[in-house]
Design a protein around this ligand. Structure first.
Ligand SMILES: Nc1ncnc2c1ncn2[C@@H]1O[C@H](COP(=O)(O)OP(=O)(O)OP(=O)(O)O)[C@@H](O)[C@H]1O
Ligand SMILES: [Mg+2]
Length: 283
């Protein structure tokens, strides 16, 4: 089971006169149980693509296969269970918290997806603990939280419903550097320990490169690249157009590769590998 887009196109109706399509005949095939990253310049179609995964936006043309479900253009009905199985954390997470307290928001998904009250409470509690939300925060209403806490609460609310695929649109925006790393580590754990598929949109290659199995570059509504992060860093044309920065670990390795006759990179260099390379360079 995977995720497949077949010739999927979408144009925002509000700007029907606009020439380009937000998604332009997209063909894409992704494996599940992976950590997948989507990058691309502003307006390249990342958020639009994500919202097709759970039926929030419906393609004008083309078919999307997600797990064992098929999403056809409307008016075809959305597959049953789509919303529960594919959890989407919005680019602006305050848009998805609407209850009086965070705790109620965390319960909403599980109760809506037919869990008993006890099961829903357990799911909400587990998700809250996983995201580091304590009872004090859970009792608050969304507008009493900082933007970082809102982000964590929105992610916890999605995790509580137990999705098989969790899709996050720029989840590290508004987080400080250590929270960014912490969040990516947590999401990676969801992938490794729970077997979930994690799909993240970001502008910061540095924070996802160590965790990413597959990276997709979008460009003006099309897919410009699918591959591994270390393969992308050689494509400076794409990196520049997408406004990305090559992670420091790759830059360092590349700088030492020739003088030290290092082999070509086939993965993200770990801190230990880099330390060994630097030691060799200065000894
Ligand atoms: N609600 C909307 N109405 C009309 N056009 C839209 C709407 N949302 C997005 N668009 C347009 O569709 C295209 C793709 O937008 P999208 O938001 O998917 O890009 P993005 O890659 O997520 O950008 P960003 O990095 O800024 O979040 C852009 O040209 C954008 O202006
Ligand atoms: Mg976006």
């Amino acid at each position: 089971m995977g995720i497949t887009f077949e010739q999927v196109s979408y144009r925002y109706k509000e700007r029907a006169l606009k020439q380009h399509l937000a998604l332009d005949h997209i063909d894409l095939s992704l494996k599940t149980n992976q950590f997948i990253t989507i990058v691309g310049a502003p307006g390249s179609g990342k958020s639009t693509l994500l919202q097709h995964l759970n039926g929030l936006l419906r393609a004008d043309h083309g078919t999307i296969h997600v797990l064992d479900m098929v999403i056809s253009p409307s008016p075809a009905k959305l597959p049953k269970g789509l919303n529960q199985r594919i959890g989407l954390v919005f680019q602006y997470p305050e848009q998805q918290l609407f209850k009086e307290t965070i705790w109620e928001d965390l319960l909403y998904g599980p109760l809506n997806f037919d869990m008993s009250k006890t099961e829903a409470e357990l799911a909400a509690k587990t998700a809250a603990e996983f995201m580091g939300l304590d009872d004090l925060i859970l009792a608050k209403c969304p507008y009493q939280l900082s933007s970082g806490q809102i982000r964590k609460a929105a992610i916890a609310a999605v995790l509580a419903a137990g999705p098989e695929i969790i899709v996050l649109d720029e989840p590290t925006a508004s987080l400080d550097a250590s929270s960014r790393l912490e969040l990516m580590t947590l999401l990676h754990r969801q992938c490794q320990e729970q077997g979930r598929t994690v799909i993240v949109v970001t502008h910061a290659l540095e924070e996802v490169a160590p965790f990413t199995d597959q990276i997709i570059v979008m460009d003006e509504g099309t897919i410009a690249f699918v591959g591994k992060p270390h393969e992308l860093v050689n494509r400076t044309d794409l990196i520049d157009k997408a406004g990305l920065q090559i992670p420091a670990a790759y830059e360092l390795y590349a700088a030492l590769q020739k003088p030290l006759r290092l082999s070509k990179l086939d993965h993200y260099p770990s801190a230990a590998e880099l330390a060994a390379v630097i030691k060799a360079a200065i000894s």
